[in-house]
Design a protein around this ligand. Structure first.
Ligand code: NAP
Length: 255
């Protein structure tokens, strides 16, 4: 049975991927920083789905630890067939803040790690002629909500470029672009969510179910739910000045 490696597989969207792929019978490799939570998640999944779960504690912002994850993806003896680059976090910091630590961590975890791990997985999967790479991006990448939008725009464009490089190889590459999802994301980043209308919230399990259908269909961009599909069609056709004005309004309600 195929093995899936999921970064950030202990919480929110990553945990939903872990449940969905386990329910399909996939074995898992889970990556996150909190080793105790990794062990708890692995035990729950093994007990519930009868699959094998390996844990790989790593901070993806640390270059040596990231390399250990890349090395695991390169293993020929224990091949990984599905990579889900999901780990990430919200950024409350402003672009002009003198302390750029959080911005740099965000680039390391949500840009550099996605690039290094996708390439490691692609190199291992291409000769086998089969594989799936899923990069968790965001609908934020279509608007201008600070550094987070710039980072997620990178993830979506990078994914499209990689899908082009791997076209015809049997390896599919998909960017998942969710809207707002109930997870630990906003609380961890101290981002206020009170102004977000309740119909705009998505449930992680439903979102992942739709994404996996898109992945199975070979789609390069997955935007779950009709409401977000419609919004993104609008965003793609609206003048950028309108997008920037709406983004400024949204940003002001979040801090
Ligand atoms: N929630 C939303 O509204 C939303 C919308 C669009 C896109 N997204 C994207 O969805 C992805 C998952 O977010 P989520 O909402 O599920 O957040 P979450 O519930 O906070 O989960 C984040 C996961 O990432 C792991 N992680 C964070 N930093 C890490 C690091 N440096 N190294 C390794 N693992 C790390 C966390 O585990 P540890 O803390 O143990 O490391 C946790 O398992 C992110 O890429 C996010 O940008 C979220």
């Amino acid at each position: 049975m195929a093995t899936a490696l999921i970064t950030g597989g202990t919480s929110g969207i990553g945990a939903a991927f872990a449940r969905a792929l386990a329910s399909r019978g996939n074995d898992l490799v889970l990556v996150a920083r909190d080793a105790d939570r990794l062990d708890e998640t692995a035990t729950e999944l093994k007990d519930r789905y009868g699959i094998a779960v390996e844990t790989l504690p790593a901070d993806l912002g640390d270059r040596a630890e990231l390399q250990r994850v890349a090395d695991r993806l390169a293993s020929a003896e224990q091949p990984v067939d599905i990579l889900v680059n999901n780990a990430g976090f919200g950024i409350r910091a402003k672009l002009l803040d003198a302390d750029t630590t959080r911005h740099e961590q965000a680039l390391d975890v949500m840009v550099r790690a996605v690039m290094i791990l996708s390439a490691a997985a692609g190199r291992a999967m291409r000769p086998r002629g089969v594989g799936k790479i899923i990069n968790v991006s965001s609908t934020a990448g279509f608007v201008t909500l600070g550094h987070y939008s710039a980072i997620k725009a990178y993830v979506t464009t990078y994914t499209e470029a990689l899908a082009g490089e791997l076209a015809g190889s049997g390896v599919t590459v998909t960017a998942l672009c969710p809207g707002w999802v109930h997870t630990e994301f906003h609380q961890r980043a101290s981002i206020r969510t009170g102004s977000i209308p309740s119909p705009m919230w998505l449930d992680a399990d439903g979102l992942v179910k739709e994404c996996l259908q898109d992945v199975d269909a070979g789609k390069v961009i997955s935007i779950p739910s009709m409401r977000y599909k419609a919004l993104i069609i609008g965003a793609r056709h609206a003048p950028r000045g309108v997008i920037r004005a709406v983004s400024r309004l949204l940003s002001s309600g979040r801090h």
